[in-house]
Design a protein around this ligand. Structure first.
Ligand code: AMP
Length: 191
C-alpha cells in the first residue's frame, strides 16, 4: 500500500498554491481542503461562520486563529481524511501550525510533507492584479487588498516556514513556470 499523505501547502497569495493543491490532491486521491474555499462558501451561504469572517476576507486580513482551528478540527474529523489529506491555505500562523500538530498527535499521526511554493513578490503582485482584472469573482482580488494580503503573508505566515523547517518537514518548490512544470516538481518530491 502506498504511504498515507498528509500534506500542508504553504506559499504567498498568487503563488499558484490553490491550482497545484487541486491537481496534487486529485492525482493522489486525497481530499483537497481549502480554508479560503470553506470561508467563501460560508460567506456565500450567509451562515453564522460566514457572517463572522466576511469582514476579514474583504479586507485581506486573517480570520482569528480560534475560528480557523475550529474549522480544521471539524473538517479533519470527517472519515474521508483517514486516508490522508491536503490542506491548502489552512496554516497561516504559527499558532495554527501548533494546533494542527497537537490535533494530529492525538490521533497518533504526523504531517508527511509541508510544501512551500516559492515565487518572488513582483511576480505575485502582477499575478494577483491579472486575476482581479479577469474578474475571478473574488472580492479580495483588487490591488489594494492584494497588497494587504501579501503584507499579511510576510508578517504572519512566513514565520510558519521556519516552524516547519526546524522540524525538518519543509520541501521548497519553485513556483515559476507552467502549471504542468510546477506540478511535476511537486510529484517528484512526493515520490
Ligand atoms: P485564500 O483563498 O486561501 O487566499 O483565503 C482567502 C482569505 O480567507 C484570506 O485572505 C483570509 O482572510 C481567510 N483565510 C483563509 N485561510 C485562513 C487561515 N488559515 N487563517 C486565517 N485566515 C484565513
Amino acid at each position: 500500500m502506498s504511504e498515507t499523505l498528509r500534506i500542508v501547502m504553504l506559499g504567498p497569495p498568487g503563488a499558484g498554491k490553490g491550482t497545484q493543491s487541486v491537481l496534487t490532491a486529485k492525482a493522489r486521491k486525497i481530499p483537497h481542503i481549502s480554508s479560503g474555499d470553506l470561508f467563501r462558501e460560508a460567506v456565500k451561504n450567509e451562515t453564522a461562520l460566514g457572517k463572522r469572517v466576511k469582514g476579514y476576507l474583504d479586507k485581506g486580513e486573517l480570520v482569528p486563529d480560534s475560528l480557523v482551528i475550529e474549522l480544521i478540527q471539524e473538517r479533519l474529523s470527517k472519515p474521508d481524511c483517514k486516508s490522508g489529506f491536503l490542506l491548502d491555505g489552512f496554516i497561516r500562523t504559527v499558532a495554527q501550525a501548533e494546533a494542527l500538530d497537537a490535533l494530529l498527535l492525538k490521533s497518533g499521526v504526523e504531517l508527511t510533507h509541508v510544501i512551500d511554493v516559492k515565487v518572488e513578490d513582483s511576480v505575485l503582485i502582477e499575478r494577483i492584479r491579472l486575476r482581479g482584472a479577469s474578474g475571478s469573482g473574488r472580492s479580495d482580488d483588487n490591488a489594494e487588498v492584494a497588497a494587504k494580503r501579501l503584507q499579511v503573508y510576510w508578517t504572519q505566515t512566513a514565520p510558519v516556514t521556519d516552524y516547519y523547517k526546524k522540524k525538518g518537514k519543509i520541501f521548497d518548490v519553485d513556483g515559476l513556470g507552467s502549471i504542468d512544470e510546477v506540478q511535476a516538481r511537486i510529484e517528484r518530491l512526493l515520490r
